[in-house]
Design a protein around this ligand. Structure first.
Ligand code: AKB
Length: 324
């Protein structure tokens, strides 16, 4: 069977990069990117989809004979706290719509991203295991924890092959994050390359799990490629990349920009970060589908700085132009 992929939320930080990798893997004509708004300069099939509208998802699935759906649309941890009930509505409604359309149209595989935000005070802070207590304190985390259970429900009840990863903070040069607690770890590199001081909304020792975009994309594709019988976790898999604090990433940046300055001005996002794990136990992912991260803080920093320097040299200083 030919694989035809629909990506929902294709303009986002992860979606914009994942869509390109999926096009390389399955062929450009077999990937349909979709989001609320068109993407300027996008090459390939693009559909406007508001994922709260189940009929619109269904229309696109039927028109293109879609066989796999990557549902990446969600409101993230920090942004979600501005309007908790709306965040719950959007995150859950879009997931239910994707699960229902997938069930009704016999979609072969569905990808649903979860997050380290599912953890809260009840989970160990270090090497948080896959099956730790889930008591999230953000509406985003609550929606992801519920979503994981619904993903498992659709697998158990209907046999729908839904797969999921709990992403740490994702760091990439290709696109900008929006509305997350880990976003500082991307912004800091932009400021370093632009020669500007960075004002950090977390405390200097707020260690969080992070992952480089290339590793995050590889993890997603490896999970989705794994044989069905190897997937033993139907809620969501922990994956680790590396862990660092703002002070540690600033020190690494100073190896390349010795005059780089950072100041700390913690806001409500520090409270969110304080309840999240500092490091992740991803032994289940490595046992079931061979997960192993490749990038450490040094290689992330070198790549981020080099790529952003190239982008700022050729593009305008407007960060929006950095979207692929
Ligand atoms: C966020 O900070 O909300 C996201 C996440 C860890 O899921 N990057």
């Amino acid at each position: 069977m030919e694989t035809i992929v629909l990506v929902i939320g294709a303009n986002g930080q992860l979606g914009s990069v994942l869509t390109e990798s999926l096009k390389q893997k399955f062929g450009s004509s077999n990937v349909i990117a979709s989001d609320l708004r068109p993407r300027e300069g996008y090459e390939g099939s693009f559909e406007i989809i508001d994922a709260t509208d189940i009929n619109r998802i269904e229309e696109v699935v039927v028109r293109y004979n879609v066989t796999q759906i990557y549902h990446l649309a969600a409101i993230l941890s920090a942004k979600g706290e501005e309007t908790p009930l709306r965040t719950w509505d959007i995150n859950m409604k879009t997931l239910f719509n994707v699960l229902e359309v997938s069930r009704q149209h016999n979609i072969d595989r569905v990808f649903f991203p979860s997050s380290i935000a599912v953890f809260g005070e009840g989970a160990p802070l270090e090497h948080t295991p896959n099956n730790a207590c889930l008591d999230p304190a953000t509406v985003y985390g609550i929606s992801k924890a519920a979503g994981e259970n619904w993903a498992q429900y659709y697998f158990l009840r209907y046999g729908l092959d839904v797969r999921s990863i709990r992403y740490p903070g994702v760091i990439g040069y290709q696109s900008l994050p929006g509305g997350g607690t880990t976003d500082y770890a991307v912004d800091i590199y932009h400021k370093a390359v632009l020669g500007e001081e960075f004002s950090c909304f977390l405390e200097e020792d707020a260690t969080l799990p992070m992952i480089f975009m290339q590793d995050a994309i590889r993890a997603t594709l490896e999970l989705m490629d794994a044989p069905k019988e190897d997937i033993n976790i139907r809620t969501s898999y922990n994956i680790a990349g590396i862990s660092f604090s703002p002070a540690e990433v600033a020190a690494e940046i100073r190896t390349l920009y010795p005059n780089f300055k950072i100041k700390y001005d913690p806001d409500f996002r520090q409270e969110i970060a304080a309840r999240w794990p500092k490091s992740i136990d991803d032994s289940a992912a490595s046992k079931d589908w061979g997960w192993k991260p490749e990038f450490d803080l040094e290689s992330i920093t070198n790549t981020m700085i080099q790529k952003l320097k190239e982008k700022y040299k050729t593009g305008s200083k407007n960060q929006a132009t950095l979207m692929l």
